[in-house]
Design a protein around this ligand. Structure first.
Ligand code: LRH
Ligand code: MN
Ligand code: MN
Length: 426
């Protein structure tokens, strides 16, 4: 199924138009502070977040998986699902593929489907955390860090293959996340594991086209429960520096130990020009991959406050590659992704409302109370009308979730694809 512009425009006419008055009120309030609401609406409309191909079906936990009817079984169907989200939100104009879950059989056909939906290919993801059928080497004890030279070479070769596929699709970056580590003390020599990882990453970096970027993702634990070779931003940063100037750290919000100050990590990396990519999700305990903004929306706002500051003040940092990295156990995956996009854009819009000039003055005066008031004044502003106007301007649905239900998208997908299909992925 495909949603046409006209269908969405007609739906918008049936929606409550109060958001326009709400924006008039915001305009009169924020103009006094020198903040331009229409410029913020434009920035929100322009913000694009990649949808990961593996998030379009029901995820599972290690205790079970509950299928969702109408899940996409092929890459073509996954792209069609991203197309639906993009048609409704106009903020999901990019997709991130995971190889080998998404090996395209006919590259040109895939490119054509994506182009028809107005979707481009963002970072490619390699997978050296699972053994594939007929694999010649095993990743059971590691991949890029393995004690076995042949396993390391096999993993490097896989990454080169991902680069080749990405190049054909028009992608410009590779994300490497490694499950490599140890589940028990003594299992690994830390220094050798780090050295092997560095050597392997350098080979992958050298195989990238000149206009590509390498994103190195970190994670403190899971699937290994004693140590992970790339456990934190510092290790990732060090490895990125060892690779070269087009290698960067990738921050996944779920990849931190509880209470880590992620906004400070963001600020540090942007200051050094090394924040390359960002995976959005939310968590209560670990890498829970929950809907963005469902648990800690204020933390997300503080992170966006640093991202906005960095995008405005750190020309040494490239524009980051944004992606949602969430998984859906009990919700309709497409509804969940729409909710995540909404939360991301709300945090972004609120961060854009921060009165940076007043904040700087209050910081210089060490007026701690005022600093907090300035941040919370932005955070406590209801920005949903800004998002509605941004989507309306871009040709999307004013209320995408309501539209998704009104158009009975899930039922139509079930009618097309059946109840029993299962998407490839986690
Ligand atoms: C690892 C991770 C990484 C993978 C994805 C499936 O936890 O965040 O980005 O590629 O999940
Ligand atoms: Mn991730
Ligand atoms: Mn993760």
């Amino acid at each position: 199924m495909k949603l046409s512009k006209n269908e969405i425009a007609d739906f918008n006419k049936s929606c409550n138009q109060d958001y326009k008055h709400e924006n008039d009120f915001l305009r009169s309030k924020f103009t006094k502070k020198g903040i331009d609401i229409d410029a913020i609406i434009k920035k929100v409309a322009d913000f694009q977040v990649a949808i990961p191909s593996w998030a379009l079906g029901a995820g599972g936990t290690r205790f079970g998986r509950f299928s969702y009817g109408g899940e996409p079984a092929t890459l073509e169907q996954k792209l069609n699902d991203v197309g639906l989200i993009h048609a409704l939100t106009k903020s999901a104009g990019t997709v991130s593929l995971h190889i080998p879950w998404d090996i395209p059989e006919d590259i040109n056909a895939i490119k054509e489907i994506a182009a028809n939906h107005g979707i481009v290919f963002d970072a490619m993801n390699s997978n050296t955390f699972q053994d594939q059928p007929n694999a010649e080497e095993t990743y059971k004890y590691g991949s890029l860090n393995s004690t076995d030279k042949r396993a390391r070479e096999y993993a490097v070769e896989h990454n080169k293959e991902v680069i080749r596929i990405g190049k054909a699709l028009g992608s410009k970056s590779l994300t490497v996340w490694l499950a490599d580590g140890a589940s028990f003390p003594g299992q690994l020599n830390f220094q050798t594991a780090l050295k092997n990882t560095e050597d392997s990453l350098q080979q992958i970096y050298a195989a990238m086209p000149e206009d590509w970027k390498l994103f190195i993702e970190y994670k403190p634990y899971e699937p290994n429960f004693y140590s992970t070779t790339i456990q934190d931003w510092g290790t990732s940063f060090m490895l990125a520096n060892a690779c070269g100037e087009r290698a960067y750290t990738l921050v996944d919000l779920g990849h931190h130990l509880p209470n880590t100050n992620i906004e400070q990590i963001v600020a540090t990396l942007m200051h050094k020009g090394k924040l390359g990519g960002f995976h959005f999700n939310d968590s209560k305990y670990g890498d829970d991959d929950l809907t963005v903004g469902s648990i800690k929306p204020y933390a997300l706002f503080l992170i966006f406050n640093e991202l906005v500051y960095g995008m405005e003040n750190n020309p040494q940092n490239p524009y980051p590659a944004w992606m949602i990295d969430a998984s859906h156990n009990i919700k309709d995956p497409l509804e969940d992704l729409i909710q995540s996009l909404e939360a991301i854009l709300m945090a972004y819009a609120k961060a854009l409302l921060v009165d940076q000039k007043a904040l700087k003055t209050a910081q210089l005066e060490n007026d701690v109370v005022k600093c907090q008031e300035i941040l919370q004044d932005a955070y406590n502003t209801d920005v949903r009308s800004i998002l509605k106007a941004a989507r309306e301007q871009a040709g999307g649905a004013v209320d995408p979730l309501k539209a998704y239900r009104a158009f009975q998208v899930r039922q139509q997908l079930i009618d097309e694809r059946g109840l029993e299909v299962q998407a490839t992925g986690l």
